[in-house]
Design a protein around this ligand. Structure first.
Ligand SMILES: Cc1ncc(COP(=O)(O)OP(=O)(O)O)c(N)n1
Ligand code: TZP
Ligand code: MG
Length: 222
């Protein structure tokens, strides 16, 4: 799969917010700051609220040129015309999601700490593979733990690699160096004092230049 979206940057994931206006306002700030992809994930909302929020987020994402993926529920993604879905081990068959959403859809698969799951996801037509949690996650403290070697070792699968779980701007760089194409983050952006600044700090982790090196506009550069 070759998604027509840049598969490198910040993959923001929504928190369990039941106030839709507040959710949209929080997401707006993060998209305006340059988040690359958005996933709608809300374990606290019922089906009707999830459908409403997903539709509203899709309109917002369209205005920012950012793809929206729906967590857990590829049927909801199909019903609202979202750009894709993220599926974990309890979220149904990837092939069924692909058949419903189409070849252009972005369909991600949780691989936790398991390279064999990554291999199976790739063989089943996943658009990206996600590993984690890499650090203790405030959102999901009991999530299985993964190591950066998984990112490195799965490069031959040729799919974008997503890292998730307790990622902050301060611990993210080694994951990018190990091959993470997207940093999937909930609390690190949504619970930040300044979510826009936090979003930019994650994006800076993809900048190859060391933080102290001169920029291209530095007049002292030959
Ligand atoms: C990008 C990304 N990676 C992993 C997950 C986790 O999915 P899952 O294991 O199904 O757990 P829940 O998110 O449903 O609690 C994800 N959502 N996104
Ligand atoms: C859904 C999920 N899967 C593994 S960790 C996690 C939550 C990530 O949230 P946070 O960025 O707050 O750790
Ligand atoms: Mg899930």
């Amino acid at each position: 799969m070759n998604p027509p979206w840049p598969p490198r940057g910040l993959y923001a994931i929504t928190p369990d917010e039941t106030d839709t206006d507040r959710l949209l306002a929080r997401v707006e700030v993060i998209l305006a700051a340059g988040a690359t992809w958005l996933q709608y994930r809300n374990k606290a909302a019922d089906g009707a609220l999830r459908a409403t929020q997903a539709r509203e987020l899709l309109a917002l994402c369209r205005r920012h040129g950012v793809p929206l993926l729906v967590n857990d529920d590829w049927r909801l993604a199909a019903a609202i015309g979202a750009d894709g879905a993220h599926l974990g081990e309890d979220d149904g068959e990837l092939a069924a999601a692909r058949a419903a959403l189409g070849e252009a859809a972005i369909i991600g698969a949780s691989c936790y700490d398991d390279p064999e799951l990554a291999r199976l996801a790739a063989a089943s037509g996943a658009s990206y593979i996600a590993f984690g949690a890499f650090f203790t996650s405030p959102t999901k403290p009991n999530a299985r733990r993964a190591t950066p070697e998984l990112l490195r070792d799965s490069a031959p699968l040729g799919l974008p690699r997503v890292a998730i779980g307790g990622i902050t701007p301060d611990n993210a760089r080694p994951l990018v160096e190990a091959g993470a194409d997207l940093l999937a983050v909930i609390s690190g952006v949504f619970d930040a004092t300044d979510p826009a600044a936090a979003a930019r700090a994650y994006l800076d982790c993809f900048d190859a230049r060391p933080a102290h090196s001169p920029s291209t506009t530095d007049i002292s550069t030959p």
